[in-house]
Design a protein around this ligand. Structure first.
Ligand code: BG6
Length: 453
């Protein structure tokens, strides 16, 4: 048997993309609710209407065979202004959701924060303001108090690296030119470590870890310059986040690239102690793709002596196909990435996202998403290979359990096993329809990963 006995066969969503009810029952606004919406896509008031249909959805998740469900809690449903009053209706909603999952034998795998910073905090500078560290720790404390007896697996922050690399994920709209990217990132790292330490203190049985987006960068050519640029890229975009979370230290190459590029980064007294105080029990990671890097003279950071001091340019990989949305498809890169994580950190791993975004078509009540089946099959195959070589992976949660709003394309770009009958223009009837991939994944789970056909 390739997959371990207690393997978590799950699927994934995030609150602001699936729930809707974005201003109901006392929920405050998050940066997602107030950001400029990409043209032609809906706002977040309805999404997949999961907030009102979670009972039907959980029943479908059970029918799919899931024994885990990875979702996020909306900070603004729990503490509408980011700090201060707790909203009882928010606590009630997640209590009901978690109880419903447990009643169906589904392990809740909870993300504390997934791109939806409270707008009230964003107005005070968001993560650029040190006060957000305390706000995040207090928010996590509320979650631990209310849900600690129901949850074993927590993830702190979804894709902190994608929030720093694409700052509109953290600030909502385009950040101002003087937004201190790496200072804000530093505050997030400190907050994350403080929350991991708190979790271990108040919930000794619980397990917690970070959830970055990890896909290795590789050199385009076999030139030493391309190799060095790819090494910088991995350090800056990946290891910066995990070295801080796991070892409580800044990755040297990342720090060099940050400082060489002239970013502000002030590390206050005591911050490194906090970083060292919070240790993860596992690494959760989202994997969609690898990247390919090349050295470009005049563009790649170089000092006066000509020494390279930062990453090169991301370019398409000529050896690999892409999705309809231009994302490189690299199943073997999934194995390489998992093996690299194992050799760098030696911690248990859980995949919290992996999947294919596509223009699914509902034809005569059916969605024949063979392309998604192929993508997931190829990735599960290489994940199995990684496990066979000794990598400790304890769960797989493809994105997404059900169709939801994508970060930029609304409902045009779908990932789910369950089709939601709506589009960008109209909410239609929001009916749930099982895609072909639903039946395929159920078979995979039933066979414990032995039957991927
Ligand atoms: C991950 C995010 O980066 O990728 C999700 O955690 C996101 O929130 C997913 O939806 C897919 O990205 P996109 O842009 O296709 O929605």
């Amino acid at each position: 048997m390739v997959f371990p006995k207690d393997f978590l066969w799950g699927a994934s969503t995030s609150a602001y993309q699936v729930e809707g009810a974005s201003r109901e029952d006392g929920k405050g606004a998050s940066v997602q609710d107030v950001k400029p919406i990409p043209e032609g896509t809906p706002d977040f008031t309805v999404c997949s209407d999961h907030y009102h249909r979670y009972i039907e959805d959980v029943a479908l998740f059970a029918e799919l065979g899931l024994n885990a469900y990875r979702f996020s809690i909306a900070w603004t449903r729990i503490i509408p202004d980011g700090v201060g009053e707790v909203n009882p209706k928010g606590i009630e909603f997640y209590t009901r959701l978690i109880d419903e999952l447990r009643a169906h034998g589904i392990e809740p795998v909870v993300t504390v924060y997934h791109f939806d910073l409270p707008q009230a905090l964003a107005e005070q500078g968001g993560w650029a303001n040190r006060a957000t560290i305390d706000a995040f720790v207090e928010y996590a404390r509320v979650l631990f108090e209310h849900f600690g007896d129901k949850i074993t697996y927590w993830q702190t922050i979804n894709e902190q690296n994608m929030m720093t690399m694409v700052p509109e994920n953290v600030t909502g709209g385009t950040p101002s030119e003087d937004y201190p990217l790496y200072q804000a990132n530093h505050h997030m790292l400190v907050a994350q470590s403080a929350v991991m330490a708190l979790c271990h203190q108040v919930l000794p049985e619980a397990k917690i870890g970070p959830a970055p987006n990890i896909g290795l960068a590789m050199p385009l050519n076999g030139t030493p310059e391309d190799v060095l640029c790819a090494q910088y890229s991995n350090a800056l975009d990946l290891w910066l986040y995990l070295d801080a979370a796991v070892y409580g230290r800044y990755n040297t190459m990342a720090l060099d690239a940050i400082r060489f590029a002239g970013h502000t980064l002030e590390i206050a007294d005591g911050d490194m102690e906090i970083l060292r105080s919070g240790r993860p029990d596992f690494i959760a990671f989202n994997y969609y793709t690898t990247s390919t890097i090349t050295f470009v003279p005049g563009e790649t950071p170089q000092d006066a002596t000509g020494a390279i001091r930062g990453p090169g340019r991301r370019v398409p990989n000529p050896n690999l196909p892409t999705t309809e949305w231009g994302w490189t498809i690299d199943p073997l890169g999934f194995r390489t990435t998992a093996q690299e994580l194992e050799s760098r950190y030696g911690l248990p791993l859980i995949v919290t996202e992996n999947g294919l975004g596509a223009y699914d078509q509902l034809v005569d009540g059916h969605v024949e998403d063979d392309y998604r089946i192929e993508y997931l099959r190829d990735h599960l195959t290489t994940l199995g290979q990684a496990i066979t070589t000794g990598v400790n992976v304890f769960g797989y949660n493809p994105w997404s359990a059900i169709d939801l709003i994508s970060t930029h394309e609304g409902f045009l770009k779908r990932y789910g096993f369950i089709y939601v009958n709506r589009d960008n223009e109209s909410e239609k009837d929001l009916a749930r329809i099982k895609k072909k991939s639903f039946h395929w994944y159920r078979k995979v789970i039933d066979s414990h990963g032995a039957d991927l056909t």
